[in-house]
Write a protein that binds this ligand. Structure first.
Ligand SMILES: Nc1nc2c(ncn2[C@@H]2O[C@H](COP(=O)(O)OP(=O)(O)OP(=O)(O)O)[C@@H](O)[C@H]2O)c(=O)[nH]1
Length: 657
């Protein structure tokens, strides 16, 4: 599609360009499409050509859009025409329709933006599609009272559609992974874009109707002027006739000339004012100059077209009017015949003829009318009686009015000129459309940026959470490691290290006792009941030790293997012995049996320091010796250690009491 599309668009545009009957606006649109189609190829060596083509296109289309937007009093159509005088015809007629210009402008812009999502290319393409679609739909709903051409022909719409499809497929192919995130900004941008298009359509239709009705009213006023002028000169001629009725005889030459000249002055379009005898002979005519051939003419014979009207006046004594006929003077005109009755006898003395030259009447009426604003044509039936104004560049409107001229119907056609209508035309529809589209574009950009930022924020938040979880896991691990460094995993008691640290921490405390407890014949438990049972026994002893020792604010720890130790700050030998005894008994009474049913027991050695500097090594050694004594003494007993030797060489006298 990316190769065939531009080729197809190029062909369609070329075919339109070659059509003889195409409007100038179609030619210019076709040229723009051809340049745009060529810009879709990306010649590797001459990539600058493409940038140059697109830049020029953008400039041209911005100028065209400006011509739709700028108020007439800022930059008049005459100015545009003067600048573009090199183009044949009226430059305004070369201007592509507004929606087509917009659709192409959006296509060029999205190509210039390299179809980047962050710069709004998807929205531009969608809006361009909407502009093309609405043109196709407008053609269906055409009201035929457009001032501006709103729709390009189907071939050009199809060409633009091809280029749009090419760009859309390129965008989908290259930015596929980012498309799912586009939904929200695209829909949000489309809503005001669509509203702007609808607003434009509604406003432009209203403006067309307003201009149509305004020009119809203007033309109707002209028709009314025409009828009024006709009624005025008839009324004047009736006054003229009543003067001759007072005269009661055919007028003399001098009198006729004097009276008729006044009326002729007021109504310049009277070719002449004549007096006709009942025999239809013209005996008086004013002005004589130019009407010499009329004087003496017998109208029944010489102007048969006017005979019925003249008979009305001369035979029946009523006003008669010829309608539009060819006059003796060789121009189209209307003759009104008004009978002149004798004041005394009432007989018809003759008739006054008022010969109206239609071209002169039209000149009088249309004097001062802007012939660029409208062309006027006057018909009698199918016969064209006169016209003013050029018929070039007219909109497709015709206001037709029937005018009663002395009982004869004439038709007045008013054909409004396009450039005058453009001058009076409001720019609101196009301005509204542009403002709406700019708003839609900005909304897209804001939402797109917001969505992208929100995505980045979510990713950062996710990473943060991961990091926090990692830190938590590591700190738990750290605590576990720290705990394990100071505790025994099997019994969960403090281990040897924590025991030593506790002793260090209580180095100043006196008295200070330690117990070393050893399970009696534990090997037998392992051997006969298995290591798992041995472990369970150790955990049970640990539980008993923790309960008993911690009650006295002491620390019960596993020293290693089946050996436990207790640190009893503030306990003298007696208190330590009492506690050790309670511990021993508690273990002995627990439900811990050897395989042969004998109760499990422990032996405990005690060492107490009541004064002097703490010597942990000696303290532990004394307790160990006491344990040895307890073992040697038959086990399941508590033995206090020997007195400790202080650093000054004296004995700790209270250490065994
Ligand atoms: N199940 C188990 N056994 C252990 C553990 N640590 C040490 N032991 C066992 O404890 C036993 C200690 O035995 P010995 O040192 O010979 O002493 P004993 O059998 O308790 O006899 P006396 O101390 O002389 O009363 C050994 O069989 C070790 O394998 C442990 O964590 N779990």
């Amino acid at each position: 599609m990316t190769r065939i599309g531009p080729l197809l668009a190029l062909t369609l545009a070329l075919l339109t360009l070659l059509r003889q009957d195409a409007e100038p606006a179609q030619h210019s649109t076709a040229v723009l499409l051809i340049v745009l189609a060529v810009s879709h190829w990306q010649p590797e060596r001459i990539w600058r050509l493409r940038a140059w083509l697109l830049g020029s296109l953008l400039l041209v289309m911005l100028l065209v859009m400006a011509s739709y937007l700028l108020p007439e009093y800022w930059l008049s159509i005459a100015h545009w025409n003067a600048w573009l005088s090199a183009l044949p015809g009226d430059a305004y007629r070369w201007r592509p329709p507004a929606l087509m210009t917009l659709a192409l402008l959006l296509l060029v812009a999205s190509l210039q933006l390299n179809l980047r999502l962050a710069l709004g290319a998807p929205l531009l393409l969608t809006l361009s599609g909407l502009a093309l679609l609405s043109q196709a739909l407008i053609q269906q709903w055409a009201t035929n009272i457009w001032v501006l051409d709103h729709a390009a022909p189907p071939s050009l719409l199809a060409a633009a559609g091809c280029l749009l499809t090419v760009q859309a497929s390129l965008l989908i192919r290259h930015r596929r992974e980012q498309l799912p995130g586009l939904r929200r900004p695209l829909l949000a941008g489309l809503a005001p874009g669509l509203a702007a298009l609808l607003f434009w359509h509604q406003q432009t239709t209203l403006e067309d109707r307003r201009q149509y009705h305004a020009s119809a009213v203007q033309s109707r006023a002209l028709a009314a002027d025409f009828e009024r002028e006709n009624a005025d000169h008839l009324a004047a001629m009736r006054r003229f006739v009543s003067f001759w009725e007072l005269y009661d005889a055919p007028p003399s030459d001098a009198d006729w000339a004097r009276q008729a000249s006044r009326y002729h002055q007021d109504y310049r379009y009277f070719l002449n004012i004549a007096f006709i005898l009942p025999s239809s002979e013209i005996i008086r005519v004013f002005p004589l100059a130019g009407n010499e051939n009329a004087l003496g003419a017998r109208l029944f014979d010489d102007q048969p077209a006017g005979r019925p009207a003249l008979s009305e006046a001369l035979i029946h004594g009523r006003e008669g009017s010829t309608g539009a006929i060819d006059l003796l003077q060789g121009v189209p005109g209307i003759i009104h015949y008004l009978p002149v009755h004798s004041r005394t006898s009432g007989e018809v003395l003759g008739a006054t003829a008022m010969v109206v030259s239609l071209p002169a009447l039209l000149d009088t009426l249309f004097d001062g009318i802007d012939t660029r604003a409208q062309a006027l044509r006057l018909y009698a039936g199918e016969q064209l009686l006169g016209e003013v104004g050029s018929l070039d560049d007219r909109v497709n409107w015709r206001h037709r009015f029937s005018i009663d001229v002395g009982g004869q119907p004439l038709l007045l056609d008013a054909l409004p000129g396009r450039s005058a209508l453009l001058m009076q035309r409001a720019r609101l529809p196009e301005v509204g459309l542009l403002v709406g589209l700019v708003f839609a574009y900005l909304l897209y950009l804001v939402l797109f940026a917001y969505q992208r930022l929100a995505g980045q924020h979510r990713a950062a938040h996710h990473t943060n959470q991961e990091l926090r979880r990692e830190v938590q896991a590591r700190s738990i691990l750290q605590r576990e490691v720290e705990w394990m460094a100071r505790h025994d995993e099997l019994t969960e008691l403090p281990n040897r290290r924590l025991f030593m640290e506790t002793l260090d921490a209580n180095a100043e405390r006196r008295p200070l006792s330690v117990l070393i407890c050893d399970v009696d014949h534990f090997k037998r438990i392992n051997d006969h009941l298995g290591h798992l049972a041995g472990d369970r026994y150790l955990r049970h002893i640990a539980e008993i030790g923790r309960r008993v020792i911690c009650e006295q604010d002491g620390l019960f720890a596993r020293y290693g293997g089946e050996e436990f130790v207790a640190c009893l700050p503030g306990s003298d030998t007696a208190q330590a012995k009492q506690l050790a005894e309670r511990l021993r008994q508690a273990v002995h009474q627990a439900d811990l049996l050897h395989h042969d049913g004998q109760r499990l027991s422990i032996s405990i050695g005690i060492a107490t320091q009541t004064q002097g500097a703490l010597d942990i090594g000696q303290l532990m050694q004394v307790a160990d010796e006491a344990l040895y004594v307890a073992k040697a003494g038959g086990r399941n007993r508590v033995v206090s250690g020997r007195p400790l030797t202080l650093s000054d060489g004296t004995c700790d006298p209270l250490s065994t009491r």
